[in-house]
Design a protein around this ligand. Sequence first.
Ligand code: ACO
Length: 401
Amino acid sequence: AVDISCLRKETGYVTYDPGFGNTGACTSAITYVDGENGILRYRGYPIEELAAQGTFIETAYLLIFGALPTRSQRQEFRDLLSEQELLHEGLRHHFEGFPSNGHPMAILSAVINSLGCYHPDLLEITSTNDFLRAAAKIISKVRTIAAWSYRKAQGLPFMYPDPKLSYCRNFLHMMHSVPNRNFEPTDAQVRALTLFFLLHADHEQNCSCSTVRMVQSTEANLFASVSAGICALWGRLHGGANAGVVKMLEDIRDGEATIGQYIERVKRKECRLMGFGHRIYKSFDPRAKILRQAAHDMLDSIGYDDPLLDIALELAEVALNDEYFTSRKLYPNVDFYSGIILRALGIPVNMFPVMFAIGRMPGWIAHWNETNTDGTTKIHRPRQIYTGHESRPYIPLDMRL
Ligand code: ACO
């Protein structure tokens, strides 16, 4: 029981809602989630339709500007992204200062924040055109920064972006091409990466999105706000869950436990079934269904028989027929299959949250803009319930025990 009488005395009644499970902190017209029925829509469009017919860039445009782009708007946006894909030469030198084993999430958040130093005219956004330029810079440069942090860790020369390539092909090129040998992904690999980014593009008031909105509420600039979002995403319970799934599947592959033994451990609450369960989805996560199919298609296209996918499918089958999981409404979430896709694209596990951040960038930018322009946002300032000491006198140093 928590004593809230102090708050009553000072300020009237205050809601105590740890984790904000039942607190609406804003209104938003961007993304709709119905967790009971497994529904996800961006700006009213069902995720299944966007995944079947849309591209990541079109989806980014939709989230940020509220409508699907016309043909000419889409081309304009693509051209703008291509114009922005290079990093300022000064920014390139930042990479030299990081240790080669520096975590790519630390590099990503630091370099994205540093973009503000190179574009001081965009620290205060006063027009739609400014916003468009800042958004395009971030969405385009984030993949260059991510790929270069990987090259740095590998001791490989930086690979410059190629404006002729699509967003996802260009990213894979900067990750995996070497001088005189371009990486040529299959269409199914590009499709799987497109779906990965598109399905991660927004998910309403999760921890990182709420962080972006909170930082913006102080009128902080866009670069600083999304950089804070990257930091919030870094944690194991948010952007780090798909790495946990891969670790779990590898443990089973390596004989540390059979699927049956692992399930029994989960039931004894010694560990969790990673990639299962969700705070909002209490039936299937619609993103997981789409990624499961994409994982199959991609592995077929490259002729790669990943034993982890077989283990994942069997594990899901066992859990979905077990009363322990069904009674708690635990179903595979988006992370259950995404790690398998990323592995097959040659993405190392410590880059998994970086991949999530690239995909989530349009959502963070859309939410930043919504708070920046709606005219009703107040600085975020939650209350607390103080549980510390009552007032007590200062103790001089030589009298302290
Ligand atoms: N494996 C086993 N049991 C679970 C799991 C799981 N993955 N998730 C929840 N449960 C059980 C809990 O033990 C609890 O059981 P009890 O009622 O017997 O005590 C019950 O289900 C409710 O669990 P909560 O922790 O209250 O659920 P909450 O909504 O707070 O947690 C979360 C959601 C954090 C996602 C949780 O399901 C989890 O830890 N999943 C594994 C990690 C994961 O996959 N995270 C990615 C989420 S998606 C994303 O961030 C993009």
